[in-house]
Write a protein that binds this ligand. Sequence first.
Ligand SMILES: C[S@@+](CC[C@H](N)C(=O)[O-])C[C@H]1O[C@@H](n2cnc3c(N)ncnc32)[C@H](O)[C@@H]1O
Length: 256
Amino acid sequence: MKRCELTLPKIEATLEQSEEWLWVSDNGFNKRRLRLHDYAEIYDIPGLYERVFCDMLKSRSWEVIPSMLSYEINKSSKNEDSLRVLDFGAGNGMVGEALLSQMECERMIGVDILPEARKAAGRDRPCVYDEYHVIDMSQIEPATRKKLTEFRFNCLVTVAALGFSDIPTGAFVEAFNLIQDRGWIAFNIKDKFLTNRDDTGFARLVKRMLNDDILDVRFEQKYRHRFSIDGKELYYSAIVGKKKRDIIFDDFNPGD
Ligand SMILES: C[S@@+](CC[C@H](N)C(=O)[O-])C[C@H]1O[C@@H](n2cnc3c(N)ncnc32)[C@H](O)[C@@H]1O
């Protein structure tokens, strides 16, 4: 397939991340808008996700979160179980690949809502996942939950997938509760979802996770996730910890 041309638009006002877009064309022809959150369309074109997010917008989360997680695990103890990882919102497999390059994992299971994501991971990174499931975790069937429980996950990674129109709070809770107690949890979230103005439930949940008996936080840091299409720095918080207990409804009382 011919390499398409990508051009950042000149926009007047900063857009919400879920509204961002750029121009894409084939050698100047068929010029059209591509929304950055049109993941299905982006995954369908080999290398496009990497060009847009890594090359143009300097996204770093796909390597920052696995690095922080492996650093904390290595620091923690010599008697850790081998990792059985749930990569939730796995996309085309960049996070799973980065983690595997740093840690030995007994199992690496990808889950994403999009069949295009699974296809892209299989096409571009065929050796990363032992299994990759297309699941809407916000409406998970009991049989699917039971099947996932059988993996006895002791590690959850969710990168660049929480908030906006991506993974809702309830779906993240489902994934969190699939992890065994004392398992590792690593995720990132945009700082605005941690403010009191946020009403998606993430703010309430993460605050409880950080201050309460849900997560033994080992690492928390604000860092530059990527640039916006108009060149502004977008900051996220990276959080790594060990799970203490399941999340219950009262911990977040979701508004989404
Ligand atoms: C920005 S991509 C991040 C992909 C990958 N984690 C990375 O960092 O490269 C967000 C991913 O979350 C997935 N996603 C959004 N909503 C989801 C949901 N409800 N359940 C599972 N995955 C979801 C999208 O399909 C997309 O692949």
